[in-house]
Design a protein around this ligand. Sequence first.
Ligand code: 1OR
Length: 295
Amino acid sequence: SVSAESIAPSQNQDYVKTVIPKSNAQKSRIQTSIGNNFLFKNLDEDQYNDVVNAMAEKQVASGTNVIEQGGVGDYFYVVESGTFDCFISKDGEPPIKVISYEAGGSFGELALMYNAPRAATIVATSNAVLWALDRVTFRRILMENTSRKRRMYEAFLEEVPLLRSLKPYERHKIADALESVYYEDQNIIVREGDVGDSFYIIESGEARVFRTGADGSQQEVNYLMRGGYFGELALLNDAPRIATVRANGRLKCATLGKKAFTRLLGPVLDILQRNSENYHAIINQHGTSGIPQSN
Ligand code: 1OR
């Protein structure tokens, strides 16, 4: 399609690679800064080295506008240290703060991906250090993965009831962080009593949820399908898993680790919390068995 064309990365091999010489100390600071950033996942060694070579260190004083809404996209930024606020102003109205960034965060990819004006203004709220990646290197190395992943999960995430209230950009960020995992029939995905480190959304297939009853037997308490989710309680409450979830046939889930869950699902925490109160209501009503699907 036309839109896919316009964001396709350049296949032109005739570029000159940007190499900004760096000390080992700088290289290891870059490694730390991008280590937990999903946009840098799955790079091979050459790609990783190209990215590190191309990055430019930028020291910014508190109060500096690193990006101005409406401006031209030149760099993508990763935060090594310091904090930033992101403001959006619509139709000449006063800017509204939409998000903040700290070490490990990144911003400025949109204008580079879509050849669009900067969608927001980013202001340093402390003295800070950034690593800036030029547009050409960003498009050549990081964009393909990122846009593929965003497209891949876009339609699915739109359909997930939990995420419907999010803005498209918030779903993009979730797509960046998601990973698909596959399970065979009867595989256990989370086990009652275990420590929880991930959250799951069902992409396809079905899962059955069990709890241990007073007599020690496994009681089925819920049944989940595409768009349903599980694994949030242990993360919300910092508590062991309170149920076992088992694949009923082949199952594909999209997962988020605990850190990403906390960071990216902030806007729907109240929904998660509210829905989790439904679990208790259902359990109190019916005992631990025969709980109908709660959506
Ligand atoms: P950019 O190149 O357009 C500004 O430069 C950056 O702000 C942008 O890339 C994103 O990296 C970042 N909508 C658009 N851009 C955002 C948003 C955002 N948040 C951060 N950026 N929204 C806020 C979502 C919490 C959507 C508001 C409707």
